[in-house]
Write a protein of this length. Structure first.
Length: 119
């Protein structure tokens, strides 16, 4: 089994920054993508961004492009989500997820971390 543990959430004022971390542990797997998703109250879970594990290439939802940055440290099996210029509409539970090589979807998910942006 693979475990994903997010950390770094909290309460921040609009315009502020937070950095989320997601550490993977457990069974060794070949990682294709690590993704970040979020779910606000009463809304569907939405894609925030992802990083191709081997190449380091990143992809972002339009709503966060230019404000959020995903990075990873392979040796630590950790992926980060740096969030700048936060807006109240960024308030959500943020989840990291892992897509294995050969899988068509993200099969492993963390427990989520709450991010609240006050206006």
């Amino acid at each position: 089994q693979v475990q994903l543990v997010e950390s770094g959430g909290g309460l921040v004022q609009a315009g502020g920054s937070l950095r989320l971390s997601c550490a993977a542990s457990g069974r060794a797997v070949s990682v294709y993508n690590m993704g970040w998703f979020r779910q606000a109250p009463g809304k569907e879970r939405e894609f925030v961004g992802s990083i191709r594990w081997s190449a380091g290439s990143t992809y972002y939802a339009d709503s966060v492009k230019g404000r959020f940055t995903i990075s990873r440290v392979n040796a630590k099996n950790t992926v980060y989500l740096q969030m700048n210029s936060l807006k109240p509409e960024d308030t959500a539970v943020y989840y990291c997820a892992l897509q294995r090589l050969g899988d068509i979807s993200y099969e492993y998910w963390g427990q989520g971390t709450q991010v609240t942006v006050s206006s």
